[in-house]
Design a protein around this ligand. Structure first.
Ligand SMILES: [Zn+2]
Length: 157
C-alpha cells in the first residue's frame, strides 16, 4: 500500500529516479508520463493507494479515466487482511488499466456512511463517476478482476 498526495487535477507521485514530484492527471491516468525533470518514465500506480481524505476520493471518482476499485477496510478486520494481498496482485497486474484505492472506514467514516457500507471488507468498482458494482467479503484476485471486467463492460454498453 502506498500513500500519495492528491490535488485538484491528479495524483502527485515522486519520480523513482530523481525524486521530483509529478502529477498523474486524473483524466489521463492510463497514459504514459515522463518525469518533468529527468524524463524518466513514470509507471502508472501499481499498488493500492491509501485515500487520505474524502475530498480526494470524490475528485478521483469524478474524474478518473480508469475504473477505480475501492477496498473499504479497517485495521482490526481479519478478512480485510486476507483480501489485502489479493488487491496488491490486482493493482500490479492491472497497472495502467485500473486504479486500486483503499478507504479505511475508521478514518474516513463519512465515506462509509455516504455509500452505506455495512460490512467490511466491501469491494466496489467505480467508473464514469459512479459506482458500477460492489461485493461484500474477501475474494481472490481472479474474482476481483472478473468483477472489474463485468463492471467495465456494463459501462461501455
Ligand atoms: Zn525524475
Amino acid at each position: 500500500m502506498v500513500s500519495f498526495d492528491f490535488d485538484d487535477k491528479g495524483i502527485v507521485v515522486p519520480c523513482p529516479s530523481c525524486g521530483q514530484k509529478n502529477r498523474l492527471s486524473y483524466q489521463r491516468l492510463g497514459d504514459p508520463v515522463k518525469c518533468g525533470k529527468c524524463k524518466h518514465e513514470l509507471a502508472p500506480p501499481n499498488q493500492p493507494i491509501e485515500m487520505k481524505s474524502s475530498a480526494d476520493f470524490d475528485r478521483l471518482i469524478a474524474q478518473s479515466s480508469l475504473p477505480v476499485v475501492v477496498d473499504y477496510w479497517a485495521p482490526w478486520c481479519g478478512p480485510c487482511r486476507m483480501v489485502a494481498p489479493e488487491l496488491e496482485k490486482v493493482a500490479a497486474r492491472q497497472a495502467g488499466k485500473v486504479v486500486v484505492v483503499k478507504v479505511n472506514t475508521d478514518v474516513l467514516q463519512d465515506l462509509g456512511q455516504r455509500f452505506g457500507i455495512r460490512s467490511i471488507p466491501t469491494l466496489a468498482v467505480f467508473g464514469g463517476g459512479r459506482e458500477l458494482t460492489r461485493a461484500a467479503g474477501a475474494r481472490p484476485a481472479e474474482m476481483i478482476e472478473a468483477m472489474i471486467d463485468q463492471a467495465a463492460g456494463s459501462l461501455h454498453r
